[in-house]
Ligand binder design. Structure first.
Ligand code: NAD
Length: 465
C-alpha cells in the first residue's frame, strides 16, 4: 500500500494498493490478448478510439485536475488550462498520426518484384512514468503506442498514480479491446518486473539517467526495444545583444515552471561577461516576482516540490553549491514542501550544482567570453536534452544552435512544445522521442513484403537473378 501525500499540505490524500510481481505477469498476459485484437485494427479505428479518449479527457477535466493537483501540488490553473488541454491536443495529434504512418509504400525496387513497406506494431509495451507531469507523461507513452497498434502496461510513479489509473478507465469507456491499457502500481521493483517480463516486447521509461540505465540493463536479456527519456540540465546562453527583459522573463519561466521539476528546465544561464551584472540583476528581479503558494489560489505561480525528501535533496544541492546565493536558497517555512526560486551566481563549472540535475527552481549563472566558450560550457555536462539561445543576431543564434549537443534549442524563448515536434535528448538524457510522428515510429517496426510479379522462367540455374 502506498499512502499518497499532498505536497502542498504534507497531509495524506489517499492510499493505493501496490501491484505484486504476479499482478504484473497477469497484466502482461492480458495485454498480449488485447494486442492480438488491436494490432489488426485499421488506422481509422485506432484514430476513432484516441479521439473518443481525447473527448472523455476533456469532459473529465475538473476531476483529473483535482487528482493531479492533490498529488503534485501544481497550480490547478496551470494543469486545467495548460497541461490538460495540451494532453488532449497530443491525443488528437496521435489519432491523426495513426492514419498517416509513413513507411507504408510500394514500388518495384528489384526487377520483377513488387515491394511493400509496412509499419507494424511491436507488441506489448511496458511503460514507466515519472511524477513531475503524471498525466501528460502517461499520454506521451500511451498515445503513440496505441496509435501504432500496440497494447500498453504502464507503471506510473508510486506517489502520483491516480490520473493514470483514471486515464485507463477513460480508455476502457472509449472502447477498444479489454485490457488494451493496464496500469500496475509500485516502485522500482514493480518497474523491473515489467521490464524483464518475457511477454513485454518493448520498454520505455521517462525518469532519471540512473533509472534509464537500470531499465536498459533489465531489457538486455530479452533484447527488447528501449525508449529512454531521461534527465536534463538545460543551458540558456545569453549573448551581449540579447533583449535582457525578454530573457529574464523567459529564463525565469524556464527555471521555475513546475517548480523547476522539468527535464527541460533552464538550469544554467551563461551570460556574456559584458552584460553579466545587468543580466543577473534582471533575473533576480524577475525570479523574485514568482509566487509560490496554494495550488488552488489564482495568485499562485508555482506549487511545492513533490516531497519532503525531494526538498531536502534540492536544498542539499544549494547548501553545497559553489558561488553565492543571490536569491532564495532556504526552504519556505509553511505547511507543505515549498522552496523559493533560487539564483546562484559565479558557481564553478565543474561543481555539482552546475553538473547535477537538481530538479527544483534553482538557476545557476556564470559569465562567458566569446561564442566558442559559450558552446563549450553549454555542452559540458553529462546531459543533452534542451537549451536556449538569447540573441538578436539570427546568424549567430543558428550557428551556435548547430553546435549544441541537445534534442531541442529554443531561440529567444525557453520551454514551448508542440504535439508535432519530437521531444527527447542525446547523451545522458537518453534516446527516444515523445510526441510527433517520430514517437509513433518508435513504437512500430518496418517490414518489407516482396512479391514476385515476373512471369515464370525456366529453372536452369540456382544463381540469384
Ligand atoms: P525516477 O527515475 O526516480 O523514476 C521514474 C520512474 O521509474 C518511476 O515510475 C519509478 O518508480 C521507476 N523506476 C525507478 N527505478 C527503477 C528501476 N530500477 N527499474 C524500473 N523502474 C524504475 O524519476 P522521477 O524522480 O520519478 O522523475 C524525475 C526524473 O525524470 C528526472 O531525472 C527528469 O529529468 C526525468 N524526466 C525526463 C523527461 C524527458 O522527457 N526526458 C521528462 C520528465 C522527467
Amino acid at each position: 500500500m502506498t499512502i499518497l501525500i499532498n505536497p502542498a499540505s504534507g497531509e495524506p490524500v489517499d492510499e493505493i494498493p501496490d501491484s505484486s510481481p504476479a499482478d504484473v505477469a497477469r497484466a502482461v498476459q492480458r495485454g498480449r490478448e488485447a494486442f492480438r485484437q488491436w494490432r489488426d485494427t485499421t488506422p481509422a479505428e485506432r484514430a476513432r478510439l484516441l479521439l473518443r479518449l481525447a473527448d472523455l479527457v476533456e469532459e473529465h477535466a475538473e476531476e483529473l485536475t483535482e487528482l493531479e493537483v492533490a498529488e503534485t501540488g501544481k497550480p490547478a490553473a496551470v494543469f486545467r488550462d495548460g497541461e490538460l488541454p495540451f494532453a488532449v491536443d497530443n491525443l488528437r495529434y496521435f489519432a491523426g498520426a495513426a492514419r498517416s504512418l509513413d513507411g507504408t509504400g510500394a514500388g518495384v525496387l528489384s526487377s520483377g518484384y513488387t515491394s511493400a513497406l509496412i509499419r507494424r506494431p511491436i507488441g506489448v509495451v511496458g511503460s514507466i512514468a515519472p511524477w513531475n507531469f503524471p498525466f501528460i507523461m502517461g499520454v506521451w507513452k500511451v498515445g503513440p503506442a496505441l496509435a501504432a497498434g500496440n497494447a500498453v502496461v504502464i507503471k506510473p510513479a508510486p506517489n502520483t498514480p491516480r490520473s493514470t489509473l483514471r486515464l485507463a478507465e477513460l480508455l476502457a469507456e472509449a472502447g477498444g479491446p479489454e485490457h488494451l491499457l493496464q496500469v500496475v502500481t509500485g516502485g522500482a521493483e514493480i518497474g523491473q518486473a515489467l521490464v524483464t517480463d518475457p511477454g513485454v516486447d518493448m520498454v520505455g521509461v521517462t525518469g532519471s539517467t540512473a533509472t534509464g540505465r537500470a531499465v536498459m540493463r533489465g531489457a538486455v536479456d530479452g533484447l527488447k526495444r528501449v525508449h529512454l527519456e531521461l534527465g536534463g540540465k538545460a543551458p540558456a546562453l545569453v549573448f551581449e545583444d540579447a533583449d535582457l527583459e525578454a530573457m529574464a522573463f523567459g529564463v525565469t519561466m524556464g527555471a521555475t515552471y513546475n517548480t523547476g521539476q522539468d527535464c527541460t528546465a533552464a538550469t544554467r544561464v551563461y551570460i556574456a561577461r559584458s552584460r553579466y551584472a545587468e543580466a543577473l540583476e534582471a533575473l533576480a528581479a524577475t525570479m523574485e516576482r514568482v509566487r509560490p503558494g496554494d495550488p488552488w489560489s489564482a495568485e499562485t505561480d508555482i506549487g511545492p516540490l513533490i516531497s519532503r525528501a525531494h526538498r531536502e535533496r534540492v536544498h542539499g544541492f544549494v547548501t553545497r553549491a559553489s558561488g553565492r546565493v543571490v536569491l532564495g536558497g532556504k526552504p519556505i517555512e509553511a505547511p507543505g514542501f515549498f522552496y523559493p526560486p533560487t539564483l546562484i551566481a559565479d558557481a564553478e563549472q565543474g561543481s555539482e550544482i552546475v553538473q547535477g540535475e537538481v530538479f527544483g527552481p534553482v538557476l545557476v549563472a556564470l559569465p562567458f567570453d566569446g561564442e566558442e566558450e559559450a558552446v563549450r560550457l553549454a555542452n559540458d555536462t553529462p546531459y543533452g536534452l534542451a537549451s536556449s539561445i538569447w540573441s538578436a543576431d539570427v546568424a549567430r543564434a543558428l550557428r551556435v544552435a548547430h553546435q549544441l549537443d541537445v534534442g531541442v534549442t529554443w531561440i529567444n524563448d525557453h520551454l514551448p512544445i508542440a504535439s508535432e515536434a519530437p521531444h527527447g535528448g542525446v547523451k545522458g538524457s537518453g534516446f527516444g522521442k515523445d510526441m510527433s510522428q517520430e514517437a509513433v515510429h518508435e513504437y512500430s517496426v518496418v517490414r518489407h513484403l516482396m512479391i514476385k510479379h515476373a512471369a515464370p522462367e525456366p529453372k536452369d540455374s540456382f544463381r540469384p537473378a
